[in-house]
Design a protein around this ligand. Structure first.
Ligand code: S3P
Length: 300
């Protein structure tokens, strides 16, 4: 997973990024720094000599490049959300975090850092901050998670992000391109939505049985709904004797009826029978689609 930090100038993207990088052991990529390296001059000079449009075109190339990385923290420039292509690229296997900040705090932070920000090099910077914020907030709001960094330290913001994504509970099974993560911890079901979102599925189905769904259905549906996903719920009767092709075929039919495609995701919510059947369906439907196990028994 990539953690992509977005937000206005002075929202703390770089300093929160450094804290996240240190705590998670992921490298930090800072798009502004990469642009400066590529161009061999500071951003203020790129704006002055070549203009904003040129800066945005280099920014887009740098974003394309960093988007290919996995297990990284990416600190972006405040204007990255203006181009839809940037957001699309960064969203691939990435969680977009909006570091939301009060305009007065932005003013204080950016002014104390001197003339690094060409866009705020104006007579009335607070008016300009508010103008740009009004234009950009609807774009920042599309992030997967939001952390208000106005009155907290970068370390606290980093910790909040780690908790929101259950990253402390994560164990990685390293198998090169077949690597996957396991979350072991309390209340990880609540994090199902944000963790599924990372894969940007076209549709989501939960394969379960009526007994398990009665226990965990609400929590599961709520976690997915928080991230705008409404699952197709396919149930198989509870019991070992239902682990057979007739029921597998029933799941295929439900998926086909609902037009599940190769970028859809299955979630197996249940014990061994459900896990085996959903795994088999995921391995064979349209030559294999992605799936997530949410085991509800120790054996599963
Ligand atoms: C910009 C923000 C800056 C930098 C450039 C343009 C913007 O990055 O990319 O000056 O359009 O908001 P920071 O947000 O890191 O200051």
């Amino acid at each position: 997973m990539k953690i992509v930090l977005t937000g206005f100038m002075g929202s703390g993207k770089t300093s929160v990024g450094q804290e996240l990088s240190r705590r998670l052991g992921y490298p930090l990529l800072d798009t502004d720094l990469l642009i400066e390296e590529k161009e061999g001059m500071p951003i203020s000079l790129i704006f002055k000599k070549k203009g904003e449009d040129y800066f945005r075109s280099v920014e887009r190339l740098v974003v394309e490049d960093v988007s290919k990385q996995d297990r990284t923290v990416i600190a972006t420039g405040g204007g990255i959300v203006k181009d839809k292509r940037n957001v699309e690229n960064l969203s691939q296997r990435g969680i977009i975090v909006w570091l939301k900040t009060d305009p007065e705090v932005i003013l204080r932070r950016t002014m104390s850092e001197g003339g690094k920000r060409p866009l705020l090099d104006v007579k009335e910077p607070l008016i300009e901050i508010n103008r740009l914020l009004a234009e950009r907030e609807p774009l920042y709001e599309q992030a997967d998670i939001v952390v208000d960094t106005s009155f907290i330290a970068p370390g606290e913001a980093a910790q909040e992000i780690i908790e929101m994504l259950a990253l402390e509970s994560e164990v990685t099974v390293s198998l090169k391109e077949r690597s996957y993560s396991i979350l072991i911890g309390r209340k990880t079901l609540n994090k199902l939505g944000v963790r599924v979102k990372e894969f940007r599925p076209s549709k989501v189905a939960v394969i379960t049985n009526p007994t398990v769904w009665a226990f965990y259905g609400d929590a599961c549906a709520r976690a997915l709904k928080e991230h705008s996903m409404k699952p197709l719920v396919v149930t198989v009767p509870d019991g070992e004797e239902y682990k057979e092709l007739l029921w597998v075929s029933n799941i295929y039919s439900e998926l086909l009826k609902a037009r599940f495609d190769r970028s859809s995701i299955l979630i197996a919510l249940g014990g061994g029978v459900i896990g085996d059947m959903a795994g088999f369906v995921a391995a064979t439907y349209m030559r294999g689609i992605r799936y997530i196990q949410v085991p509800t028994t120790l054996l599963a």
